[in-house]
Design a binder for this molecule. Structure first.
Ligand SMILES: [Fe+2]
Length: 283
């Protein structure tokens, strides 16, 4: 971490799944952690509910209200649109999300030192679980980042993953993910934050898409499920969250997992990357 200035601290939580999979004891531990870490902003990476029901959204909203009252960026996940209420899914899939959680599905959050662009990757009319990013969303991202002064971190948040899962379980990345990654590289995006996989992956887009700009990969931080019993792969029945420290020249992602013995989230690994935009921002 740079010693020249104080890093920005961002807490990343995901896949809360309010409803039957939600584990109250772990949710309370995550809340305690959110205060202990003293973040500057909180990202909620989608799937706030299990079945997009009114009472589940209301429970999620109450939970968000108990987090530290600092800037939050929240985006929907595929579980935040109705699966079985077919008409609603076709006609107005985000009705309850918009009414209870947030009107904006592709929010932009500007904080001291960073611009964070949220993208709604749900595709309720064409896919059950998989996601999609449309070209207009990449244009929206470009508009938000075009005016970003050099030096500010550029972060994109989407529920679905742009790179395949890092294990041998089936989880294909979004269609046209490579196209999106190439656009993000052109926009000097530093980091993409995702959820959906219910297991963490912390790495770099160059692991999957070794493109033309091999010095300009994008840091990827996939968050596991923070508060539900739906963990998968290496995080089966486990819960995790990430703390992201954005320094002037580096970004450090600290991965925390929940331990029953201590009833708390504890640091399990730390990953530091060079910040691409610091070296390549064109303004
Ligand atoms: Fe999920």
């Amino acid at each position: 971490m740079d010693c020249t200035e104080k890093p920005i601290k961002i807490l990343q939580i995901s896949d809360l799944h309010f409803g039957p999979p939600y584990v109250k004891k772990v949710g309370e531990a995550a809340l305690r952690m959110a205060f202990e870490l003293h973040p500057d902003a909180i990202i909620i990476n989608g799937d706030l509910t299990q079945r997009a029901k009114r009472e589940q959204f209301e429970a999620a909203k109450k939970y968000l209200g108990r987090l530290p009252q600092i800037p939050q960026l929240v985006i929907p996940g595929n579980h935040d649109v109705p699966l079985y209420r077919f008409l609603e899914r076709m006609l107005d899939p985000h009705r309850l999300y918009r009414e209870i959680i947030a009107q904006e599905l592709n929010p932009v959050l500007k904080i001291d030192g960073a611009v964070i662009v949220g993208l709604d990757s749900t595709a309720p009319r064409t896919a059950i679980s998989n996601g999609h990013i449309f070209k207009w969303q990449l244009d929206h991202c470009e508009r938000a980042l075009r005016e970003t002064p050099s030096g500010l971190a550029r972060i994109v948040v989407a529920h679905h993953h742009f790179a395949p899962a890092p294990d041998h379980l089936r989880d294909r990345s979004m269609p046209n993910a490579k196209r999106a990654i190439e656009r993000f590289v052109d926009l000097n995006v530093d980091m993409i934050l995702g959820g959906h996989l219910h297991r963490a992956y912390i790495g770099n887009s160059l692991d999957f898409y070794p493109g033309a700009h091999r010095d300009r990969g994008i840091i990827i931080a996939q968050c596991g499920t923070t508060t539900s019993r739906r963990g998968r792969g290496r995080e089966q029945e486990k819960n995790s969250l990430n703390q992201i420290e954005v320094g002037q020249k580096t970004i450090t992602i600290v991965h925390f997992m929940y331990f029953h013995e201590s009833d708390s989230f504890e640091e399990t690994s730390r990953h530091t990357f060079r910040r691409s935009s610091f070296f390549h921002t064109t303004g």
